[in-house]
Design a binder for this molecule. Sequence first.
Ligand SMILES: Nc1ncnc2c1ncn2[C@@H]1O[C@H](COP(=O)(O)OP(=O)(O)OP(=O)(O)O)[C@@H](O)[C@H]1O
Ligand SMILES: O=P(O)(O)OC[C@H]1O[C@H](OP(=O)(O)OP(=O)(O)O)[C@H](O)[C@@H]1O
Length: 235
Amino acid sequence: MPQPLIIAIPKGRILDEAVPLLRRAGIEPEAAFSDENSRALRFATNQPGIDLIRVRAFDVATFVAHGAAQLGIVGSDVLAEFDYSELYAPVDLGIGHCRISVAEPAALAAHDDPRGWSHVRIATKYPHVTAAHFEARGVQAECVKLNGAMELAPLLGLAPRIVDLVSSGRTLKENGLVEVEVIAEVTSRLIVNRAAFKTRAEIVPLVEAFRRAVSSPLPLAGGAGGGPVTMESAT
Ligand SMILES: Nc1ncnc2c1ncn2[C@@H]1O[C@H](COP(=O)(O)OP(=O)(O)OP(=O)(O)O)[C@@H](O)[C@H]1O
Ligand SMILES: O=P(O)(O)OC[C@H]1O[C@H](OP(=O)(O)OP(=O)(O)O)[C@H](O)[C@@H]1O
């Protein structure tokens, strides 16, 4: 009996959108998976051949790239920051919509001209994405790495600008910042470890089940062809 496939799921805000998608792909996690009070990190599912782990968003990519998990769900922001060659991202899951943007205080933006920048100091959780974005147009970016609450940096003089995720824009607004450039649109992707994809035959139908789950807004009926994957049908 092969080891169960492990799918890494981020425990932050993507979790709520990921659970219905997992269900539509035929994967029903045990009850503790959606229980915020549970301290467990690895969970069984209705499929004996599939387990889930709940980890931090950035760590999903690390677990899957190193083969500790075979599949995962992760934002394209994280993929862009790490650029792991061991990862294959076959399905855009259409969840976790946001964008990665440059923002600065409204007062600075009022007289700022991004075309005149030659050097910028930026507080961000995404130093590689930030450096690559500015380098592409000949601007040197000096990054101060933060793991959250980037919006505080301009207010407290840590860096005049930030690069962070923006969705409704509420966080920027409530901290007196405005978006001045969009670097990239972000959605969550299904990722697969490339070596596992070649050696574990059951991954192909699982990827197809996710593809169908994205294109079908309703729970998929069981049965051959359009139904959710089972480990029996997958092998
Ligand atoms: N405001 C948002 N709207 C939509 N999607 C978002 C938003 N913020 C983050 N995301 C997506 O959700 C992923 C996880 O973000 P989240 O904010 O849950 O992580 P986090 O809590 O900062 O991570 P951690 O605490 O684990 O370091 C991001 O990588 C991104 O793809
Ligand atoms: O445009 P909005 O809809 O306000 O969303 C943007 C906020 O969402 C994310 O933070 P999150 O709430 O996940 O907190 P964290 O990054 O500090 O963990 C992001 O880092 C922004 O702060």
